[in-house]
Design a protein. Structure first.
Length: 305
C-alpha cells in the first residue's frame, strides 16, 4: 500500500480543470477559492503573489505554488498594484478557458487549477499543510516541470478528451509537488500528515493500520509487529502524528465509516464490522464521540446536505 495515495483517495482529493491566465502591462486580481485549494504554475514572465500578513513574493518562470486552504490572495504584475476581485476566475477555472488580464502584449502566462477534498473526512493531507507551498523552478529538473509543460500544451491546444486529460494531469501535479516539497524541505513537514513519510517506523505502522483497519489492534500488538517496545512506538507515534496509535486508528476508522454511511445503504452492523467493531452499540458510541452525531443521524444529515 502507498500511504499517500491511500489518504488522498479516501480524502476525496481531486483536481479540476485549470485556466490559462494571460497578462500584459500593469495588472492585478484577487481571488478567494471557497472550499478548495488553489494551484498556480508560471510558464513565462513573472507575477507577484500577495497574502495578508506576508511580504509579496515574486513568482518566476517554472515556479509552482499551492495554497492548500484556498487562502484569499492576490496576483499582480508588481507589488502594491490594485488587485480587484476577479469576476471571470470561477468561470475560467470551471471551463479551462483563457483569462485575459491587463492590456497590451501578453508577457506573463500562468496556469491555474483547484483541488477539492471531502469535508466528511478528517484525515486530510491538504488541511494539515502550511498556508503556502512555493516550489521554485530550480528544483533539480524533476518531473514536475514536464507535467506543467504537458498541462500548458493541453490547455493551449484542446482536443478530444481534453477535460479528462486536464483533470488527470492536475492530480499528477499535486503528487509531484508534494514529492518535491518533501524531498527538499523535510523539516517543513513537521506537524503535517506528510511527516509520517519521513519516519521509517511510523510509516510502516500507519501502513499496517491502513491495510487492516478492522483488525483488533492494540499498541502492544502493533509494537510487536514492528519489533519495537510499546513505549518507543507510543513516543515516536505521538511525536510524528500528534496522537496515540489508538486515537489515530479510531479517527481513520470513523472516516472510513462516514464515507460508507454517506455513499452506501450498508447496514450499521456491516459498517461496524468493516471498521473493527463487533457490536453496533460500541460502533455508535465511538462514532458519536467522533462526529457528535449517531451514525443514523449523520447518514440522514449528510445525504440531505
Amino acid at each position: 500500500m502507498d500511504l499517500l495515495a491511500d489518504v488522498l483517495a479516501v480524502g476525496g482529493v481531486r483536481g479540476t480543470a485549470g485556466a490559462r491566465i494571460e497578462a500584459g502591462g500593469a495588472w492585478g486580481m484577487s481571488w478567494r477559492v471557497v472550499g478548495a485549494a488553489a494551484f498556480y504554475a508560471v510558464t513565462s514572465g513573472t507575477a507577484w503573489l500577495s497574502l495578508s500578513g506576508q511580504e509579496p513574493r515574486q513568482l518566476m518562470p517554472g515556479d509552482v505554488v499551492l495554497l492548500p486552504g484556498g487562502t484569499p490572495h492576490a496576483m499582480s504584475s508588481a507589488p502594491g498594484l490594485p488587485a480587484p476581485a476577479c469576476p471571470g476566475c470561477d468561470e475560467a477555472m470551471a471551463t479551462g478557458s483563457a483569462l485575459r488580464l491587463g492590456e497590451g502584449e501578453v508577457q506573463t502566462h500562468v496556469l491555474a487549477a483547484r483541488y477539492e477534498y471531502d469535508p466528511t473526512v478528517s484525515t486530510q493531507v491538504m488541511a494539515s499543510l502550511p498556508q503556502l507551498l512555493h516550489i521554485r523552478a530550480d528544483n533539480g529538473g524533476t518531473c514536475l516541470d514536464d507535467t506543467v509543460r504537458l498541462l500548458s500544451r493541453e490547455l493551449a491546444y484542446p482536443q478530444v478528451g481534453t477535460p479528462l486529460v486536464l483533470n488527470r494531469l492536475v492530480d499528477i501535479l499535486l503528487v509531484q509537488l508534494l514529492r518535491v516539497w518533501l524531498a527538499q524541505r523535510p523539516h517543513e513537514t513537521r506537524g503535517t500528515w506528510l511527516s509520517v513519510l519521513t519516519d521509517p517506523v511510523i510509516s510502516v505502522a500507519l501502513t499496517k493500520l491502513h491495510q487492516e483497519p478492522a483488525r483488533g489492534w492494540t499498541t502492544e500488538s502493533l509494537a510487536a509487529e514492528l519489533a519495537i517496545s510499546r513505549s518507543t512506538l507510543t513516543r515516536r507515534f505521538r511525536a510524528v502524528t500528534g496522537a496515540a496509535p489508538a486515537d489515530y486508528l479510531t479517527r481513520w476508522r470513523m472516516d472510513l465509516a462516514a464515507i460508507r454511511l454517506r455513499d452506501t445503504d450498508d447496514t450499521l452492523d456491516a459498517i461496524a464490522r468493516s471498521v473493527g467493531y463487533t457490536s453496533v452499540y460500541a460502533f455508535s458510541r465511538a462514532f458519536r464521540r467522533s462526529r457528535s452525531q449517531a451514525p443514523g443521524q449523520f447518514r440522514t444529515a449528510v445525504r440531505a446536505s
